[in-house]
Ligand binder design. Structure first.
Ligand code: CTP
Ligand code: ZN
Length: 153
């Protein structure tokens, strides 16, 4: 057995690699995968040594290929993450997450008085800063940092 393989390879699905250490559970929260999804098997590794980023977390989602919006959400809390789409045990697609310029209908505004929280108005944020992330609501100008973003999921 190869020394560096900590958890076994998956047959098909998505491997979210290079997650900032400590963020794996927040990635799960964002994905919202629960026992209502019995066909999806999750494997989580926390504080795995990494050459590139020191220590990292890894989430393997077996049975689900993540799509655009889910990947964009992950970018907000794990800006270094790599998304690997796996089919038939092979990585068929690899991409780095990227924080989008505009964030629409993806995050709830943290300001309880914001119009988006009591009328059916789509949330819209602009990205003020990427590292560390801060986004601003275009309706009420509330600025949200990573912790505030995680809390909304
Ligand atoms: N992986 C997996 N199951 C597979 C294929 C890959 O769980 N069938 C995992 C690997 O263990 C690794 C990640 O997916 O954590 C990326 O795989 P790969 O591209 O083979 O590894 P690296 O070349 O090391 O990736 P990178 O260059 O992005 O660090
Ligand atoms: Zn707002």
């Amino acid at each position: 057995m190869q020394k560096d393989i900590r958890v076994r390879k998956i047959n098909r699905g998505t491997v979210i690699d290079h997650i900032s250490a400590g963020q794996a559970l927040n990635v799960l929260k964002i994905l919202g995968i629960t026992k209502e999804h019995p066909k999806i098997t999750l494997t989580v590794a926390i504080n795995v040594p990494s050459k590139r980023i020191g220590v990292k977390d890894i989430v393997k989602v077996e049975g689900l290929e993540l799509r655009g919006e889910e990947i964009d959400k992950i970018s907000l809390i794990a800006p270094e993450a790599t998304i690997n789409i796996v089919r038939d045990y092979k990585v068929i697609e690899k991409k780095k997450v990227e924080i989008p310029e505009k964030i629409e209908g993806m995050v709830k505004c943290a300001n309880p008085n914001c119009i988006t929280n009591f009328e059916i108005v789509k949330t819209k944020f602009i990205v003020e800063k990427k590292h560390p992330v801060s986004i601003m609501c275009l309706h009420c100008e509330r600025v949200m940092m990573e912790k505030d973003i995680v809390r909304q999921f």
